[in-house]
Design a binder for this molecule. Structure first.
Ligand SMILES: [Zn+2]
Length: 389
């Protein structure tokens, strides 16, 4: 795949990073309890005292523009991210995504540490080994120790690659809550349930076939320790698909305490439908759910004080200024704004109140998880982030 990055894109991306830094600096004193310690290079006076033994990765899914979160006007949409979580973690202002901007392929690239090049809408596994496979193979971890909770049936194959040295025998279990809710609701999938069941927002008529699913509905509800009836009852109290994913993730945490959990949030991608207020609602909900996930970590004995949380978008959205730009709606131009994202990491051994400006890649997440948890992401193209180790 040709590198979509240009010199001009590099300049725009660096400017975005600087703008984020300036905005975060403006929060100092106004909203945060402590001043930010800003650094440009990974040089620390003291080594972290402890290191995470578990990790949860959350994609701030679908991506959003800085206008809606990292500006004086947009900050109101993400109060928990900026005021509660960010002061407790290390924030990277400059993540450059040089891969394909489709949600499944981009998320798969995050899990492998390699820019995957398959068709975003194909029911295929990643080509390179996933983080789940490195984790289970190197650390000899059982099946229930790693899970993916995903929003779309199109993510069904994300749990393992087809690499011959790895593969499904080492993969994560992938839970598609909407799929099971649809089965549990049987034919009654209209009206109020529709908000929970739409597969994706970019191609609303696309309905991928789920092949090779590991569980039946009965097995799924057994995994959650719920009856199908109770699962439906619970689900219908929730306002969105991301809430459903969080509900399932929390049950999995309580029941199996997986050491490696990947949660893909996606509500804000409703932006494709063109309704700004729903897009904003999605961002606000994602903000709240990220805080709920962090609070769940702190309240569960298996996780408290032992768990790193990574929060990052799969990618951003187009700028208005580029040719074909379309406001908040899409990510079709592949411009520098849609490729310049951010990441927040929190947990034991991770510096608090820290902002890092140097450019990093989404591919760095998997090698960093490897260095943290003790496995070797040997085919990943990224590098471990020393700022977190
Ligand atoms: Zn999208």
């Amino acid at each position: 795949m040709a590198d979509p990055w240009t010199v001009n894109a590099g300049e725009i991306s660096a400017a975005v990073s600087r703008s984020r830094r300036e905005f975060l600096r403006s929060l100092t004193g106004a909203a945060c309890y402590q001043p930010f310690l800003s650094v440009s290079a990974p040089q620390f006076a003291s080594a972290p005292k402890s290191r995470a033994q578990r990790a949860i990765v959350v994609t701030f899914g679908g991506g959003c523009r800085d206008e809606e979160i990292l500006t004086p006007h947009g900050q109101q949409n993400v109060p928990y991210l900026l005021r509660e979580l960010l002061p407790q973690g290390t924030f990277f202002t400059h993540v450059e995504n040089r891969g394909i901007l489709g949600h499944y392929v981009a998320t798969a690239s995050l899990t492998t540490g390699v820019y995957e090049t398959f068709d975003n809408f194909a029911a295929v596994p990643p080509q390179s080994p996933t983080v789940f496979e490195y984790f289970r193979k190197d650390l000899k971890r059982p099946l229930h120790d790693t899970w993916v909770v995903a929003p779309s049936n199109g993510f069904n194959r994300i749990g393992s690659s087809d690499h011959r040295a790895f593969g499904p025998g080492y993969g994560a279990q992938v839970v598609l809550p909407k799929r099971f809710l649809k089965q549990a609701l049987a034919s009654n999938t209209t009206g109020d349930y529709a908000r929970l069941l739409q597969d994706n927002y970019e191609t609303p008529l696309f309905s991928p076939q789920v092949e090779g699913g590991r569980f039946s509905l009965d097995e799924f509800t057994e995994l959650l320790n719920l009856s199908a009836k109770d699962f439906v009852t619970q689900a219908l109290t929730l306002s969105s698909a991301d809430e459903l994913s969080f509900f399932v993730a929390k049950r999995l945490m309580r029941r199996y305490a997986p050491r490696l959990l990947w949660i893909t949030l996606h509500d804000m991608d409703v932006a494709h439908a063109g309704c700004f207020s729903l897009y904003i609602e999605g961002i606000q909900r994602t903000d709240r759910l990220c805080r709920e996930i962090w609070r769940t970590i702190q309240s569960e004995p298996e996780y408290a004080g032992k768990t790193a949380l990574f929060i990052l978008p799969d990618f951003g959205r187009d700028s208005d200024g580029s040719i074909g730009g379309n406001g908040f709606q899409h990510h079709r131009t592949g411009d520098a704004l849609s490729r310049t994202t951010w990441m927040l990491a929190l947990g034991p051994g991770i510096h608090q109140n820290r902002v890092v400006d140097r450019p990093i890649a989404p591919l760095d997440v998997v090698p960093t998880l490897g260095a943290m948890l003790g496995f070797d992401a040997r085919m990943a193209r990224g590098k471990p982030l020393n700022e977190l180790l």
